[in-house]
Structure formats: structure tokens, C-alpha cells
Design a protein around this ligand. Structure first.
Ligand SMILES: [Zn+2]
Length: 318
């Protein structure tokens, strides 16, 4: 009996020990896995935070990219925007012209125009115009090729871009200007010289398209040389290619044989009676260069606004 109870006691101890082992083992396992779970949860949270951060970064970059793309699009459309602003500006001046001509505005406009350039002397004209912040119109010809007026100074083709960079308007005065050298032989010789200069301006400026023309010698010369019919055929052709043409309402005689500044001054001021004037000058003439500051001041004092010409103007025949 005592032996049996001893055996039972040992059995009990072994059972207790095994139970303890199981409890300890389970507790260790539970502890181990709960720690592991915590680690995993922590890692998961860290990954989540990192992911959210990256997502935010990605969204910021994407937003920046979209903004850049929009900016690039607006640059693509810059030419279009400039054309739009220019059109609006010229439409407003056209309205002002209409009011002046109708007598409902007391404003005055003078268009300074310089024929036969480019010349080496054009730089001096640029400086004077810049000083007074005046924009003008230059009727260009290729009469001397790439050489300037004196045929020995710098290459004048570089000036084509400069006219535009300084805000002036370039217009067509034919490629050859050959009034006595076949320009007006017939409508097609004339139109060839117009088209050639149109392309030349485009080439030298990197794409500028003009739509204003001045006939070398003026409209009366063109009519006399081409005949009434020939002249009408030419103007019909000009309309077809979207061109307008203009003469002038005032001049200082610098393309003729004026002898001195006083004579040029007297001639010019005697013409200035209208509220819209197109003034013919030549940038090669030193008399013109020397009197230009006084001419600008005189016009401004008389209330004239000095502007570059544009196709829609009432002063352009179409
Ligand atoms: Zn000319």
C-alpha cells in the first residue's frame, strides 16, 4: 500500500512537472509570437507611413510635372498669344483712326516711315527712335544685296532681325527697287520683285511675314509705268496674297534733291496739316538723321502719337 502511494505521488509530481513544462512552453510561445506580431505590426505601420510619404512625394512630383507641361504648352502658343495681342492693339488704333477721321476724337497720329534700307546709317536712326521710345515702319529693299548703302561697310542683312527686336515694323519695298531697270516692265516683273522680297524678309528674320507694300517711286510712278490696266492687275494680285499698299501724305524731300536741313524742315512742316499723317523719310540721308530728333519733338508737341503702320490701318489701301 505504502509502495503504491509512493508511486502515485511520483506520478503526480511527474504530471505536475509536465504540466508546468507545457504551461512554460505555451507562455514562451505566446510571448514569442505576440512579440513577433507586434514587430510585424510595427513594421507594417512603418511601411504604411513610408508608402504614404512616397505617395505624397509622387503626387507633388506629378503636380509639378503637370504644371511644367502647362507652362510648355503656353510657350508653344506664345506666337499665337503675341499675334492675338497685336491684333487687339491694332484694332484699337484702327478704331482711334476711325474716330479721328470722323472728327469725334481730337487725337492725332503720325506714322514715321523710312524707305530703301537697310543702311549702315540705320543704327543712328535706331538710337534716335529708342531715345524717344518711338516705333516706326521700315520699307526694305535688297537694292544693294547684303551690302549696306555705301557698299563697303558691314553686312546689312543682320539688321533685318534688329528692326523687329527693337519693335519696329518691316514692310516690303520690292527686292530690286529697279524703277529704271525693269521693275515696272509688266505686272509679272513687278510681282516677282514683291514676292522675292517677301521671301527674303521671311528668310532674314527667321519667319516674319509682312503684308504691307510701298511702290518704289510711289503709286503715281507705278501707274505711269505700268499703265492703268497693269496697275489694276498688280493690285488685284496683291489682294490675292493678302497685301495692302500705301504712299505718304508728307515728306521732307530727302529722296529728292534737298540741299539743307532748313529746306527739308520747311517742306515737311508745310505738309503736316492732317490729323493722320504718313511721313516719308529715308534712313540713308544724313539731313534726315540730323533733323529727326527735332521732327519727333515737333510732332509730339503738335499732339501726334507716333506709331508703326499696320495692315488694318485706314492709311493702307487694300
Ligand atoms: Zn524707295
Amino acid at each position: 500500500m505504502a509502495k503504491e502511494s509512493k508511486r502515485n505521488g511520483r506520478k503526480f509530481i511527474i504530471c505536475e512537472f509536465l504540466l508546468l513544462l507545457i504551461i512554460i512552453g505555451s507562455a514562451s510561445l505566446w510571448f514569442y509570437y505576440s512579440n513577433k506580431k507586434k514587430d510585424l505590426e510595427k513594421k507594417n505601420e512603418e511601411i504604411n507611413i513610408e508608402y504614404k510619404g512616397k505617395q505624397q512625394e509622387y503626387e507633388t512630383v506629378e503636380k509639378e510635372l503637370n504644371e511644367l507641361e502647362e507652362k510648355l504648352k503656353s510657350y508653344d502658343n506664345l506666337d499665337g498669344e503675341i499675334t492675338k495681342v497685336k491684333k487687339e492693339y491694332f484694332n484699337n488704333i484702327k478704331k482711334l483712326e476711325d474716330e479721328i477721321l470722323a472728327g469725334t476724337s481730337d487725337k492725332k497720329i503720325a506714322y514715321l516711315t523710312f524707305d530703301d534700307g537697310p543702311y549702315y546709317n540705320t543704327h543712328k536712326i535706331f538710337e534716335i527712335l529708342d531715345k524717344y521710345d518711338v516705333k516706326a515702319t521700315f520699307f526694305l529693299t535688297n537694292i544693294n544685296g547684303e551690302n549696306c548703302f555705301d557698299k563697303k561697310s558691314e553686312n546689312c542683312y543682320s539688321l533685318y532681325k534688329e528692326y523687329l527686336q527693337r519693335g519696329h515694323t518691316i514692310a516690303n519695298h520690292t527686292f530690286t527697287h529697279g524703277i529704271f531697270k525693269g521693275l515696272y516692265n509688266n505686272p509679272s516683273t513687278f510681282m516677282d520683285a514683291v514676292n522675292k522680297q517677301h521671301e527674303h524678309i521671311k528668310e532674314q528674320t527667321g519667319g516674319y511675314i509682312t503684308n504691307i507694300l510701298r511702290f518704289p517711286g510711289g503709286i503715281p510712278t507705278a501707274k505711269a509705268k505700268l499703265g492703268e490696266n497693269g496697275f489694276n492687275m498688280v493690285t488685284e494680285e496683291l489682294r490675292k496674297i493678302g497685301y495692302g499698299w500705301t504712299d505718304w501724305t508728307a515728306e521732307n524731300g530727302d529722296g529728292k534733291d534737298i540741299q539743307n536741313k532748313q529746306q527739308a524742315w520747311n517742306m515737311l512742316t508745310s505738309y503736316l496739316n492732317d490729323n493722320i499723317e504718313v511721313i516719308l523719310l529715308h534712313d540713308y540721308n544724313s539731313i534726315t538723321t540730323s533733323m529727326l530728333p527735332e521732327v519727333i519733338e515737333y510732332l509730339q508737341n503738335k499732339g501726334y502719337i507716333l506709331l508703326p503702320l499696320f495692315y488694318e490701318s485706314n492709311m493702307i489701301n487694300k
